[in-house]
Design a protein around this ligand. Structure first.
Ligand code: FES
Length: 170
């Protein structure tokens, strides 16, 4: 299926191209265009990547490479609030894996999966630059710091009351 951008997204991309394109190449705009495609189409399917490639006159392989390098881009449909649990060195040394397990248990999913109600998606993440407050996670746009495994059910409860979907990037 061939996807399209909304008129608003097309305008944003055109403005970004005018501002940031270097020597006619739209490569500096690819990340913003991927965010817009994800926002409008829910996740970055192959068709969404083709849309970005076609819109920016870039090779599909380049767009695919960017989309699959950064974990903030979703290649599959996922829950509304993504919980990104860091298990890199500082978090690992302070029980990050126990916290990840607590999230898996509280949500009834394994890392990489979404809850059946579509409310949450759980991801194991590399360093999220909050090592001083390890172990930590990001829920949508909110940092969760110094997490203890026993706090996880309450964190989920609070997130159910006040979800934190991915923020506006573009
Ligand atoms: S190692 Fe977890 S935030 Fe840096």
């Amino acid at each position: 299926m061939s996807l399209e951008f909304s008129a608003d997204a097309q305008q944003k991309i055109a403005a970004l191209r005018e501002r940031y394109a270097v020597s006619g190449s739209a490569k500096p705009v690819v990340m913003a265009a991927l965010h817009l495609a994800q926002k409008e189409h829910g996740h970055l399917s192959d068709d969404a990547l083709k849309l970005v490639a076609r819109t920016l006159d870039l090779p599909y392989a380049h767009v695919y490479g960017v989309a699959t390098f950064y974990t903030m881009y979703k290649r599959e449909p996922s829950g509304a609030t993504t919980i990104r649990m860091c298990t890199n060195i500082s978090c690992m040394l302070r029980d990050g894996y126990a916290v990840l397990e607590a999230f898996e248990k509280a949500l009834g999913v394994k890392k990489g999966e979404s809850t059946k109600d579509g409310a949450f998606h759980l991801v194991e993440e590399e360093c999220i630059a909050a090592c001083a407050n390890a172990p930590c996670a990001i829920a949508g746009t909110q940092y969760l710091l110094d997490i203890k495994p026993g706090q996880v059910p309450e964190i989920i409860e609070q997130l159910r009351k006040k979800p934190h979907p991915e923020g506006e990037v573009v």
